[in-house]
Each structure stands twice: as C-alpha cells, then as structure tokens.
Design a protein around this ligand. Structure first.
Ligand SMILES: *Cc1c(COP(=O)(O)O)cnc(C)c1O
Length: 372
C-alpha cells in the first residue's frame, strides 16, 4: 500500500518538536491570536516576501476576506479557473459576486492569460489565478492584463507555498495572496488554518478587522465581519514546520524529477511541464493518461493511492448551474478533467515506492489498452 500522502511519516521526524511547542501553548493560557500567531505572521511575511501577513481560520476564509477587503460583491464579476478546488469560486459566491470562467493552458493546468482577456466585461473587478498543484501561473502576463484593464488580482496560493515565478514568491504579485494550512497542504497544520499576504497597510488593517467581527478595537464594530482567528496551537505547529518547508519542497521537486525519469519511456503518459523561470513545489504530481477512470480503479486495486483532482470542473458543478455554463464552453478544462491523475507525492516518499508506482502505472495503462 503506497498512500497519496502519509502525514504520520512526517510526524515521526518532527513530532518531538511539535509536542514541545503545543505543550508550551497549553501551559501559556493564551489560545487565540496570541504571541505565536503574531510571530507566525511576521515570519511568513518575511518568508514569502511581502509587507504583511494576516493569519486566518482557513484558505477559504482567506479568499473570502480578500474579496471583502477589496469591496468586491453583488454585481461584480471575478474571472478565475474552473480547474480548481471549489473553495475558489465558493468565496466569490459568498460575497455575492459572479465567477466567470476562463479556460486553462493544458501544459500547466493553470488559467490561460489569453482566455482571461476574452472574458473581461465592464463588470469585471478582479482575477483570481490559482497556482494549481504548486505550479505558478504566468504572473507576468496576468499582471499585465490586470494593469491594462484596472483589475484587482487575488492569488490563490493554497497549493503553492514557496513556489516562485522569476525568483519572486507567489502571493506577492497581486493585491492579496491567499494561503491554506489544511493538513494535506505543503505547509499543513493539525487542524484548519489560512493566511493572506499583502503589501498595502490599508488592506492589511481591513482583513485584521474583518477576521475579528469587523472591528479593529474590541467591542467597536464598523462592519459585518466574521470569526476567522487562527488558534495558538496551530500557529505554534506551523512555526515549527516553517523551518522545514524549503527542505520539504526540495524533496517534492526531486521526487517529481524521479517520476519524470521513471515514466519517460511510456509515450501514453504526459508528465507535468513547468513554465520557464518558475520554481514549482509539486503539491501534487499530476500526469495525463488514456483510459483514466479504468486505470485509476486498477491502481486502487493494486494499493496505489492515486487521486483525481478534480473529477468535475467547477463550471459544470450543480452549485454554479444557475450561471448557465454548459459542456463544451471550456474545452481544455473539460478534456484535462478526464485525463488527469495525481500520484503519491510527499517529502518522505522513497525511491522504491516511486519505482513501484511508476511500473504499476505503466502496467495498468498497458492492460487497459489491451482490454479496449
Ligand atoms: C485547499 C484549497 C483551498 C481552501 O483551503 P481551506 O484551508 O481548505 O479552506 C482553496 N483553494 C485551493 C486551490 C485549495 O487547494
């Protein structure tokens, strides 16, 4: 059995440090937005390379509060990808705005800048590029479009902490960057957590107020906010893990290279391509294959934890049915939805396991073709 992710193996390496940090929090009596949270915000702003970071309850809240801070709401359109986790468009829906989908570049799975331009209307207020699977979007082209059309950019970096475009970390190109610390993410807590990165002091202050019931001063409420405070236990855990993130991302990249080599001999498998001048952090290692559903089933039966991210593109989800998108409107997105499969990927993965995954995948594809 080779799982897609094995959190226990990571815990075995740093568990002592984490238990010490958590016990200190338990003894401290300070459990919400305390010293660990403050320190985490400073450390992550420094790591990512922006003026401010604000810690929140989840990546979904980060997207939601980023939209709120930019005053995006009813009547506004936000251009994004349908090839992402639902939280991206859910946040747009929560503020009452309308998601507008642009097709992807099939080489990178990320939003295609040329397609963004086609979807701009007088109602468009913002673009949300998603750095999917840890691969940076073409931020040069996206920022150029945003500047020409006077649009905000909110980067969904939930899968891409540490990823770089032209030597600069994602989350620092647009107006606001959004991160998730969901346990399976490259920097994962042991519960929910999220963060925004921002350079503007005004936007930072607005999110700080929104996360705590819409007021910067206790019991003074200026607008409807939410409760999206990060707890000290998560912040303490994340501070320990932040010391390892570069090392872990390096290992993910090395594993991706190994998979590329192991799978190179099979012409049916399209291994991931990287944009020039990017540093991909491989939250997922995702390939395109024929007979995907059948091969997926065979892999599961063989004990390989392969997953489909994501089986239904967002423009065809029931939640967005009222927007009127139908099959055929995003051909690249729809085609790749049927071909992608993500293979086991985590820093502690061994070479032996990778060899087993690769040879099993190649065998399953051969078998599926013989059956047709
Ligand atoms: C995980 C994820 C989110 C949501 O993060 P949560 O912390 O689970 O709320 C948003 N967008 C993308 C692309 C994600 O992968």
């Amino acid at each position: 059995m080779i799982p897609i992710l094995d959190s226990k193996r990571q815990y075995a390496t740093i568990g002592n440090e984490i238990e010490k940090a958590v016990c200190e929090v338990l003894r401290s009596g300070s459990y919400i937005l305390g010293p660990n949270c403050k320190a985490l915000e400073v450390e992550l702003a420094k790591y990512i390379g922006c003026n401010y970071a604000v810690a929140l309850n989840s990546g979904t809240d980060a997207l939601h509060l980023a939209l709120r801070a930019l005053d995006i709401g009813k009547g506004d359109e936000v251009i994004t990808t349908a090839f992402t986790f639902v939280a991206t468009t859910e946040a747009i829906g929560i503020v009452g705005a309308t998601p507008v989908f642009a097709d992807i570049n099939p080489d990178t799975f990320n939003i295609d800048p040329k397609e963004i331009e086609k979807r701009i209307t007088p109602k468009t207020k913002a673009i949300i590029p998603v750095h999917l699977y840890g691969q940076p979007c073409d931020m040069g082209a996206i920022m150029d479009i945003a500047k020409r059309h006077n649009l905000y950019v909110i980067e969904d970096c939930c899968q891409a902490i540490g990823a770089e475009y032209k030597g600069q970390k994602v989350g620092t190109f647009g107006d606001i960057g959004c991160y998730s610390f969901y346990p399976t993410k490259n920097l994962g807590g042991m519960g929910d957590g999220g963060l925004i990165t921002v350079n503007s002091e005004n936007l930072r202050n607005r999110v700080v107020a929104l996360r705590n019931h819409g007021g910067a001063i206790r019991y003074h409420h200026d607008e409807i906010g939410v409760n999206s405070r990060l707890d000290e236990i998560q912040a303490a855990i994340l501070r320990v893990k932040l010391n390892y993130i570069d090392e872990w991302n390096k290992l993910r990249r090395a594993h991706a290279k190994t998979y590329n080599e192991l799978l190179a001999g099979c012409p049916d498998i399209q291994t991931p391509k990287e944009l020039d001048n990017t540093y991909c952090v491989y939250h997922q290692y995702t390939v395109k294959i024929p007979n995907r559903d059948e091969v997926h089933k065979m892999l599961q039966e063989a004990g390989i934890g392969a997953m489909l991210y994501y089986p239904i593109p967002l423009h065809l989800q029931k939640v967005h049915a009222h927007l009127g998108w139908t099959k055929g409107m995003l051909p690249n997105t729809e085609k790749d939805t049927e071909m992608v499969i993500s293979l086991p990927m985590f820093p502690e993965l061994t070479l032996e396991e990778q060899k087993t995954v690769a040879s099993t995948l190649i065998n399953c594809i051969e078998k599926s073709k013989a059956a047709v």
